[in-house]
Design a protein around this ligand. Structure first.
Ligand code: CO
Length: 152
């Protein structure tokens, strides 16, 4: 059995206990052409996109695929000044964020704020796929933009 190096005590035997991040809810991938990307991912993953949704407040068009208990979210910009458009301009296509499911997004935002994480918004915002979402800046997480999400 692998050794639990978390330093925590009181977890379940076998190191199966997790923290307040319940699971990787989805991984977000920034793409230039959503239709083309959906067709490509449908072929490769052997499954159909189950939802497409535009979140106008974030300037983003999204498409979702199920992968076991996680999802893939393809993201394309709906306008040139949206965060995803700026990401594509700077870094090109590729992995954009990793989303963790939490039970209480307000509590988790506060917990992360107390730890010194930079939050990209003061309060949770409505995201795609019936979620409240908030983002943690990538600079404190080794280059990864982290999304906290709670089902609504
Ligand atoms: Co997301």
């Amino acid at each position: 059995m692998a050794e639990d190096i978390s330093g925590k005590t009181g977890g379940k035997a076998g190191g199966t206990a997790t923290g307040p991040f319940r699971k990787i809810e989805h991984i977000g991938i920034a793409v230039r052409d959503l239709d083309e990307a959906v067709a490509r991912y449908e072929r490769t993953m052997g499954t159909s996109c189950y939802k497409r949704e535009t979140v106008e407040s974030e300037g983003v068009d999204t498409a979702f695929f199920r992968v076991g208990e996680s999802k893939i979210e393809l993201l394309a910009a709906t306008r040139d000044d949206s965060p995803v458009a700026r990401f594509l301009e700077k870094r090109g296509e590729g992995m954009h964020h990793m989303a963790f499911e939490v039970d209480d997004i307000h509590a988790e935002m506060e917990r992360c704020r107390m730890l010194g994480c930079t939050l990209l918004s003061e309060t949770p915002r409505p995201g795609a796929d019936n979620k409240l979402v908030a983002f943690l800046h990538p600079k404190e997480h080794h280059g990864v933009l982290i999304e906290l999400c709670q089902a609504i």
